[in-house]
Design a protein around this ligand. Structure first.
Ligand code: FE2
Length: 297
């Protein structure tokens, strides 16, 4: 297999897939067939793009990604392309991210951008209404898709580029490594329906209801949670969420690591939580991210 897969230096649960320059070179010709606009306008073109990536790895990349993402013991792949050469530009990364997503499933429509993906910056100053783009705040551990009707099985995040950045490390926590998983996932309040809404920038015009904890097909706990968006309706729910938030943030088993620009974190959204450490203050700091979230085929 011409695919290099190793345990990530931060955790054996995270599988690191290195893509060498030689393999990336082979993608240039098939990628040139598609413009960013045609990928946005014609959903079928994304499948053909994904197939061209899989062909470079003899069909092994789709099998590997599906296995890693669905396996409870792993559930996160970090794809690290060797993009030092400037010909692998931002359009290349959008196409690579699109292809990776379509090897495992279908993206949900991203209401923040009205596209199948979203690109956004984190900078020194920010006037938005959520923690996502607040550089000097901890982005607490959470899952995605908590306030939308669609299922969100997986999440893909690509670091497009960054300049003048110190701090802002990625933070991940696997539910099975969390010290308080048993205690809180078996708490009856965690199984109650909570109301979830979202701030204006998310462009979601409705509220949804679901519990924080559910169970997967084999009876193991899954989580759907973010600190900003549940609307507790009584003292019991409010205190439960506070306890949950504290117990997640104080976990000693969080995996904290710097992500190389150009790399993608591809994670199962049911048993992995993700977050970000605060950045060190710098008025010129800039990080651009791309995200796609969706469902398995
Ligand atoms: Fe998120």
């Amino acid at each position: 297999m011409n695919l290099e897969i190793i345990d990530h230096s931060a955790s054996k649960r995270i599988q690191s897939i290195k893509v060498k320059e030689k393999e990336l070179e082979k993608l240039i010709f098939p990628f040139n067939k598609h413009s960013i606009q045609s990928l946005e306008y014609k959903p079928f073109s994304r499948f053909s793009l994904a197939k061209s990536i899989d062909d470079v790895f003899d069909g092994n990349l789709s099998k590997t990604l599906n296995k890693i993402l669905k396996d409870r013991n792993t559930g996160v792949a970090i794809i690290e392309p060797d993009i030092k050469n400037s010909k692998f530009d931002k359009d290349f990364l959008v196409k690579l991210s699109t292809g990776l997503a379509y090897l495992v499933g279908l993206p949900n429509f991203d209401l923040m951008t009205d596209k199948y993906y979203a690109r956004f910056y984190v900078k020194h100053s920010d006037s938005s209404d959520s923690y996502l783009r607040k550089a000097y705040r901890n982005l607490d551990l959470h899952t995605d898709g908590t306030f939308v009707k669609e299922k969100t099985d997986w999440l893909l995040m690509t670091k497009m580029e960054e300049t003048n950045v110190k701090g802002g490390e990625s933070v991940l926590l696997h539910l099975d490594d969390w010290e308080h998983c048993e205690e809180l996932s078996s708490d009856p309040v965690g199984k109650q329906n909570f109301v979830w809404s979202s701030p204006k920038s998310k462009n979601v015009g409705y509220k949804v209801e679901h519990p924080v904890f559910s169970k997967d097909g084999s009876g193991k706990p899954t989580i759907s949670y973010i600190d900003q968006f549940p609307e507790p309706k009584n003292m019991e729910q409010g205190l439960f969420l506070q306890k949950l938030s504290d117990a997640l943030e104080e976990s000693k088993n969080k995996i904290i690591f710097p992500l190389t620009p150009g790399s993608t974190i591809f994670s199962n959204n049911y048993f992995w939580l993700h977050g970000r450490k605060p950045f060190k203050k710098n008025i010129n700091l800039s990080r651009e991210l791309l995200r796609i979230r969706g469902v398995f085929f």
